[in-house]
Design a protein around this ligand. Structure first.
Ligand code: ASP
Length: 352
């Protein structure tokens, strides 16, 4: 085929035009595109939170840690880090704060010690790590991650987990580090008045995070001190993959907080992900609310956070409040405490 010089110039001109308009289109699409490229949700526990007891000063303190957690996780995701890294980054400030029932602020066991539980899961390959009933570990989420990375096991408990931690160079802390007056008083009150842990733990201060990264991978993590006055090596849902934590790129990532025994019985985190994976035509919010309604039906309470592969970050709780926050690449960034403080839906409101 003979191509004239004029035709070549015209073709070049047209392709430059096409390229140019293509770029413009791309830019416009990016601006119009509301789908988040990364997304993050965090919680610092759900429970019977009383607005009258939440002084403005206390609220500022809680919001400051939630904001720090949200910003730490967001920074990882915005710079192209993985969801599993973001989950750890978001959990660390909450574990380091005495306000939440995880790491430093963990509740006391019946024997006056602290036994920590944590878990983490990567939705990319469903690799998971969990630790249960460990003492003296400053940041339990990092130990759970070390178990996940090691890969030989999913869950380690007690002294064995502590030995594993020392082999991996995980930072430890002395008992005084975990000693907080508020938690000590809760244990004393429980013993003196023969109360149940629920009577003294009006809120479940467990912490957790779920994330979607720019590569489309999901992850979830949860860390807790369990419930005040726990004994006999009691383990709740938080370190149990499928109950307190679950992540699967095909469906969602979930972290839970609440009365652990019920979350284990319902298999909350995996139940939500499985229903979404089966695509039964219900929205993620409807599915999360339905599973939380099951928890309530059995007599339990608490809440969940979840993030979907599309980047929707949702909350569902059947308590008066849940310390929570969410952020994504579209500029969304919010923290909230009581029900209905942001646009997210909440499950059935409590009657206690
Ligand atoms: N789910 C935790 C447990 O039962 C408690 C909490 O959420 O604060 O150990």
């Amino acid at each position: 085929m003979i191509v004239s010089q004029k035709q070549v110039i015209a073709a070049l001109f047209l392709s430059v035009l096409a390229l140019g308009s293509g770029h413009q289109l791309h830019a416009e699409n990016a601006m119009e595109d509301e789908t988040p490229r990364w997304s993050l949700a965090i919680h610092g526990g759900a429970g019977t939170l009383d607005p009258d007891k939440m002084t403005p000063e206390l609220r500022v303190e809680y919001e400051a840690v939630l904001t720090e957690a949200l910003e730490a996780g967001s920074a990882v995701l915005a710079s192209g880090g993985s969801a599993v890294e973001a989950v750890q980054a978001a959990i660390l400030p909450m574990e380091d704060s005495p306000l939440f029932n995880a790491g430093r602020g963990a509740v006391y066991t019946w024997d006056g010690t602290h036994e920590l539980d944590a878990s983490i899961m990567d939705g990319r390959d469903r690799s998971a790590g969990a630790i249960a009933g460990v003492s003296g570990i400053k940041n339990p989420i990092l130990l759970a991650e070390a178990v996940r990375q090691d890969g030989r096991h999913v869950m380690l408990a007690g002294e064995g987990a502590e030995q594993f931690a020392s082999g991996k160079g995980i930072e430890t802390a002395p008992p005084e580090y975990f000693a907080t007056e508020r938690r000590q008083k809760a244990l004393e009150r429980m013993k003196a008045k023969e109360l149940s842990s629920l009577d003294v733990d009006h809120k479940f201060g467990t912490v957790g995070a779920v994330a979607l990264d720019m590569d489309g991978n999901l992850a979830a993590g949860t860390s807790t001190g369990g419930m005040t006055g726990k004994r006999w090596g009691r383990i709740g849902d938080s370190p149990i993959i499928g109950a307190g934590t679950y992540a699967d790129n095909r469906s969602c990532a979930v972290s839970a907080t609440g009365w652990g025994e019920f979350f284990i019985r319902v298999g909350v985190a995996q139940e939500i992900c499985t229903r979404l994976r089966l695509d039964l035509g219900e929205s993620p919010q409807v599915v999360a609310d339905a599973v939380m309604a099951e928890v309530k039906q059995l007599g339990g309470d608490g809440g969940v956070i979840l993030v979907t592969p599309e980047g929707d970050a949702l909350f569902s709780f059947n308590t008066t409040g849940m310390y929570r926050g969410r952020a994504d690449s579209t500029g969304l960034s919010e923290v909230a405490i009581f029900g209905g403080e942001e646009n997210a839906g909440t499950a059935d409101t409590p009657d206690h």
